[in-house]
Design a protein. Sequence first.
Length: 150
Amino acid sequence: MNYKNYNFGKSEYNKNSFRVRSPVKTFRDLEVYQTTIKLSNLIQSLDFLKDERNNLREISESIPRLIAESYGDKFEDIKMSEKKLDEAIILVVDIITKIDILRERFLEDREKKEMLDKLILKYGYQKVRIFNLKKAWKRVFDKEGENKDG
């Protein structure tokens, strides 16, 4: 195979690394919000978690709530918005840790272990997406950033 025809350069990657999928009119349009809602519902549907489900439910429902609150705060108080996104990231790390601990209980049950592994992976992606959302909002709404550029 001739690899010379492929451009793996950094400039080509950066050109396509970000694209707007659709306009964001409310927090409900944010993919990270929608995905964390779905993950919360998925946790509720896992019957084998039994007693742990209530604790995981509380944490998983708090994540999209904080994202929604942060969306509203970003127009008036970017620092408060960032703080809520930081709290959401902390909760994502907390839920990953709790699921990881539960995963150890199901090492013998391959199907349950794989389901928990997928949850950990999906929440890991959401952590990165929340962090990227925080960076994007800071870049757009931070008044200090405008003064430095202007």
